[in-house]
Structure formats: structure tokens, C-alpha cells
Design a protein around this ligand. Structure first.
Ligand code: GTP
Ligand code: SPV
Ligand code: MN
Length: 592
């Protein structure tokens, strides 16, 4: 509880509308969390897992119609449509408040409203921003306790101020037709209704830390990006930091927790994880770009996570974790997902809550999966074996390189470097990726996803590009900008590059470029490595010729891309900065 009149007045209004039976303040204490876990288990909302094998771990299943972010039902409610731009769905704020108020009215009758005061970033730090989420879901409370910094100290830090993000979430009937995720950037407000899933309801994450924060960042001169942050430690102890933006389910968590291949480990290289999904970036007094991870945990994709692909993530999930929509191994009271190991449980319940027969599982038919392809773990960052010592550093880490990337079967080479910040902004703006299960809709379709922020920019995409260009002018010692693609395939559709830990080989080229230690080949799209500069020592079946193939710039497919980019820019509309059209024309010219 607090004496803050702004907080109390707002809660009174929301409670008057939603009409909960009672209101409970979340204080961040372990006793309260434990009582809530017990309550969620007593109602079946969560299942307590084997406490010997998975201490303090729980399983939750969402409704079958509620398994991913719903971009089609996500709205940016600015006073004018132009402010939200053509890429976002827009609703006039008054209309949206009216429409949703009807849905919220009485929606918490018979339920409890939980008040979650939370901070994105270290409480009291320059980077930190505070939010309060009201929700009628214990699952949301328990996830927020992992994903953000929750507790009374947030209210103390807020004092009697009004500078907090007001988030309202009600499960209502989990009705798809009336599901709305709405943002009111001018009002510091987020309203979410009729979902119980991840990014739709953990309002500190995509709604606040990206959509609202990107809006605030533009206003205040900083950046909120869909980026992981990692540190590469050299044998001499130096650590260089990289931030990287890949679209949802394209490898951020995996890269953030990378384990270097043996050849590098033996030399003393290490990789440290600062963040796996979101970065807030500010220009430091030293003229460099500094990044913090505003989150406190990981909401990671479970399928494909295993002892080989991402042992750090796997170990992070061994305690204090909430699993969502994975397979329940009934005999062991543990969890399983596709790609964990080759021993699917015999006595199993699938993500829908039905008995699951692993012998009927067909890799090519997603509907036979035991775990939903977008099933997730919510795990504490501090449980990660490779968590950076700077994770709790309120000033963050200095960024040497920004890396963009996506899933491209053919067009994008393994890695290339932009010529400069403006060209790098262009490279980010033309990012494209084949769609994944992280968002509702068709999977595997190529779509433009600038800076991996298409679903997360809280204002006009053209203005967002302009903000990027502007920031470049404010960072005297700006990071170099690169693009990577781990997902090139051969004619049979197999990934050519081994990926995962071996991505270290590419990171080291990137950092060598930043330090001016290695040459490159200038191509129409940017600087590409000389094939022999990507270290392939210890890689089975990969030769210099494979690297050459991975690095080719296929002029024909790039020309097609140019045409597609022009259409995309036109779709964004007339806020696209002239500098980016200059870059596009220059690219077209270089391609011939
Ligand atoms: P969000 O949490 O949705 O933002 O996703 P993310 O970007 O953190 O993606 P994540 O690291 O969870 O990876 C998603 C999928 O990509 C998993 O199935 C991984 O196994 C796969 N993946 C990650 N890195 C690589 C890689 O280097 N190569 C290949 N082939 N697959 C990868
Ligand atoms: C993503 O989709 O980029 C995620 C998962 O990180 S969610 O929290 O649902 O946005
Ligand atoms: Mn993400």
C-alpha cells in the first residue's frame, strides 16, 4: 500500500470498473509468493512439479486459443493515426477506452485484483522506469515476480510522483474475439483483456519495455530495443559487449547464453549474458552507447532447448521456473518438450492437457507436438550459470557492436558489416525474417521486420527510423552495425551453418572489425569477411568453401529484395527519412 494519491486514485477507478471481490498488494516477499503458488495449485491453475528434480518449479497451461502474442489485436492508441503509423493497428484513444471499459466492467467479480508495483531496471537507477500492473491472474503475478523487480521498494522509489506506467490486465473470458492489447503512450497506460499469455499479459515486457518505452525513448533521447546483450571475455580478461536484435524465436536467448566451442574455451574465452530479449540504450558521458537489460528474468522458448544447444538456458530452468504449455511427464512429475532429448515420456500429458502418445509424434506435423512450438519457460536471470557480473550494474555495459539478424533461407549472408551508422540504420530497417510460432498467424512466411521491432514500436515506424538516425549523431563513439544470418539452407532445406555455440566464430570476427584488427571485402551490401577470417578449426564438415558459400551475395535475390523494400517503405509512408531512400537507391545502384 502507498500514500501516493495518483496510484490510489487510479486503482480506485480501475477497481470500480472491474469490481473485484478483493484487492491484494504484491509486496515482493517470498511468503506471499509461496502462498500464491499454493493457491494456484489448489485451483489447478498451476501444477507443482517434482521438487527434488525441479525445486520451486511449476507447470501452467494456457487456453488452447491463447498461445502467443496477437499482433492483429494489438493497438497503439495515439490521438492521431499518423502518430501510430501504418504498421501499427490504431484506435482513437477515446473510442478504445470506451470499448474496453465495457469489457472490463464487472470482469473481476468473484476474483481478486492483484496490485503489482514493479521496476524495469534497477530500482533507483537512472535507467529505471516504474510500472504498476493490476491483474486478476496469479499466473501473471508469479511471472512478473520473476521477470521484473517487484516490491515495496518500487513504491518507495516512486514516492508521491505520478511517473509510472498504469497497466490493467483482466483475463475476462479468454475470448479471442474480444482480446485486446492496447497502448496509450500519451497516458502511460496499457490495457490488456481476454488473454493469459506471455507478451499479451506480462505488461512490463513487450507492452511497457518496448512499445511504451520506445515512445518515451524518442521523446527523451534514448532507445528501447528488442535486443539481447552479451559480453565476450578474451583470454586477457577484457570484455567487449554486443547487443543483437533478432525477431521473436530467431535465436536471441540462444546467442545470449552462448557457450564457446572447445577451441576457444581452451584458450580462456568466455561469454556472459546481460540480457536475452530487451535492451535500453543511452549515450554515456564517455560518448559510448550503454545498455541495460530492464528485465529480471527470461521468458524463453522451450522447444529446441537442450544440453547441447543451450545448456545454460537448460540449467537456468532447473529451479524457480514456471513452464508454460510444455509436456507433463506424469510418472516423474517433470516436464519435456520437442528437442529436449530423445526420450519422450511414455505417460504424458500434452500442452492442451490431453493424454499424449509420443509414438504418433511426426516432426513435420506441428499438430502432433506434445509441447506447443511457442511453449516457454519463465526463469530467473540470477539462476543463469553465465549471468554477467554487470547484470545488476545500474549504469549497464558499453556496446561495441550492434547486430541485426533474421531467418533468411537464401538472401542474407552469414555476416556483413554496414559502412557507417546511417547505412547500419538502413540495414536494420530492411531486416526480414521468416515468421515463427511466437506470434499468432502463418509460420515460415518472409516478412519485413525492421530492427526486429515491427510488432513493438509504439509510434510511427518512419519516425522510429528517424530516431535511429538522430541517435547516431548523438553518439560520438557509436557501435559498429552488423547483420547476421544463422539460417541459410542448402537445396534440401538443411541449415548450412552449425549455429549455436559456433556463432562465437562470427562474433569474434565482428569484434575484430570493431577493433580494426581484420580486413574485409567490400560488396554491394556491405563489408563481408574474407572466408579464411572465419575460424573453422574444429568444425566437422565445414570447409573454407562452405564459408564462401555462406558469404556469397546473391545479386539476383538482392535485386528482388530492393523492389520489396521499396514497397515496404511505401507502406510505412511518408515518414520514412530521405536518408534511407538515399541508402536504398545507392544499394540498387551498387547491385547494378
Ligand atoms: P523470443 O523469446 O521469442 O524473442 O525468441 P529468441 O529470439 O530469444 O529465440 P530463441 O533463442 O529462443 O530461439 C528460437 C529458436 O531458434 C529455437 O528453436 C532455437 O533452437 C533456434 N535457434 C537459435 N539459435 C540458432 C542457431 O544458431 N541456429 C539454428 N539453426 N537455430 C537456432
Ligand atoms: C517474443 O515473442 O518476442 C517474446 C515472447 O519474447 S513474448 O513475451 O510473448 O513477447
Ligand atoms: Mn522477444
Amino acid at each position: 500500500m502507498t500514500k501516493n494519491v495518483h496510484v490510489n486514485k487510479w486503482i480506485d477507478e480501475m477497481a470500480a470498473m472491474t469490481q473485484p471481490d478483493k484487492i491484494v498488494w504484491i509486496d515482493g516477499s517470498e511468503e506471499q509468493a509461496e502462498a500464491l503458488r499454493a493457491e494456484a495449485c489448489s485451483t489447478g491453475e498451476m501444477i507443482k512439479l517434482n521438487q527434488e528434480k525441479l525445486p520451486n518449479c511449476y507447470l501452467h497451461r494456457t487456453a488452447v486459443n491463447d498461445v502467443a502474442r496477437v499482433e492483429g489485436r494489438t493497438f497503439i492508441c495515439t490521438p492521431t493515426k499518423e502518430e501510430a503509423g501504418n504498421i501499427n493497428n490504431w484506435m482513437e484513444p477515446g473510442e478504445c477506452y470506451a470499448k474496453l471499459s465495457k469489457l472490463y466492467t464487472g470482469s473481476m467479480k468473484g476474483r481478486t485484483m492483484y496490485v503489482i508495483p514493479y521496476s524495469m531496471g534497477i530500482v533507483g537507477s537512472d535507467f529505471a522506469k516504474y510500472g504498476i500492473e493490476l491483474t486478476d491472474s496469479i499466473y501473471v503475478v508469479l511471472n512478473m515476480l520473476i521477470m521484473t523487480r517487484v516490491g515495496n521498494n518500487v513504491l518507495e522509489a516512486l514516492g508521491d510522483g505520478a511517473d509510472f506506467i498504469k497497466g490493467l490486465h483482466a483475463r475476462a473470458d479468454i475470448d479471442e474475439e474480444n482480446r485486446y492489447i492496447c497502448h496509450f503512450p500519451q497516458d502511460n497506460t496499457i490495457w490488456s483483456i481476454n488473454s493469459g499469455y506471455g507478451g499479451n499479459v506480462l505488461l512490463g515486457k513487450k507492452c511497457f519495455a518496448l512499445r511504451i518505452a520506445s515512445y518515451l525513448g524518442r521523446k527523451e533521447g534514448w532507445m528501447a530495443e528488442h535486443m539481447l546483450i552479451l559480453g565476450v571475455q578474451y583470454p586477457n580478461g577484457d570484455i567487449k559487449y554486443i547487443s543483437a536484435a533478432f525477431p521473436s524465436a530467431c535465436g536471441k536467448t540462444n546467442l545470449a547464453m552462448l557457450i564457446p566451442p572447445a577451441i576457444y574455451q581452451n584458450l580462456g574465452y568466455k561469454v556472459w549474458c546481460v540480457g536475452d530479449d530487451i535492451a535500453w540504450l543511452r549515450v554515456g558521458k564517455d560518448g559510448r552507447l550503454w545498455a541495460v537489460n530492464p528485465e529480471n528474468g527470461f521468458f524463453g522458448v522451450a522447444p529446441g532447448t537442450n544440453e547441447k544447444s543451450n545448456p545454460n538456458a537448460l540449467h537456468t530452468t532447473m529451479r524457480d521456473t514456471i513452464f508454460t504449455n510444455v509436456v507433463h511427464d506424469v510418472d516423474n512429475n517433470t516436464v519435456w518438450w520437442e528437442g529436449l532429448d530423445n526420450n519422450p515420456p511414455k505417460n504424458a500429458i500434452d500442452w492442451k492437457g490431453n493424454k499424449w502418445d509420443y509414438t504418433k509424434y511426426d516432426k513435420k506435423d506441428k499438430s502432433t507436438c506434445g509441447a506447443h512450438p511457442n511453449s516457454r519457460f519463465t526463469a530467473m536471470a540470477t539462476n543463469c550459470p553465465c549471468i554477467s557480473s554487470e547484470f545488476n550494474n545500474p549504469t549497464g555495459v558499453p556496446i561495441s557492436a550492434i547486430v541485426f539478424g533474421g531467418r533468411r533461407a537464401k538472401t542474407a549472408p552469414l555476416v556483413y558489416q554496414s559502412y557507417n551508422w546511417q547505412h547500419g540504420t538502413f540495414v536494420g530497417s530492411i531486416m526480414a525474417s521468416e515468421t515463427t510460432a511466437a506470434a499468432a498467424g502463418a509460420v515460415g512466411v518472409v516478412r519485413r521486420d525492421p530492427m526486429a521491432m515491427r510488432p513493438f514500436v509504439g509510434y510511427n515506424m518512419g519516425d522510429y527510423f528517424a530516431h535511429w538516425l538522430d541517435m547516431g549523431k548523438k553518439i560520438p563513439n557509436a557501435p559498429k552495425i552488423f547483420n547476421v544470418n544463422w539460417f541459410r539452407t542448402d537445396d534440401e532445406g538443411n541449415f548450412i551453418w552449425p549455429g549455436f555455440g559456433d556463432n562465437m566464430r562470427v562474433l569474434l570476427w565482428i569484434l575484430a572489425r570493431c577493433a580494426g584488427e581484420v580486413d574485409a571485402v567490400e560488396t554491394a551490401i556491405g563489408y563481408v569477411p574474407k572466408a579464411e577470417d572465419i575460424n573453422i578449426e574444429g568444425l566437422n564438415g565445414i570447409t573454407v568453401d562452405t564459408i564462401k558459400e555462406l558469404l556469397t551475395v546473391d545479386v539476383a535475390s538482392w535485386k528482388e529484395d530492393v523492389a520489396n523494400i521499396r514497397e515496404f517503405y511505401a507502406q510505412i509512408g511518408d515518414h520514412v527519412p530521405a536518408e534511407l531512400y538515399e541508402e536504398l537507391d545507392a544499394l540498387a545502384k551498387r547491385l547494378g
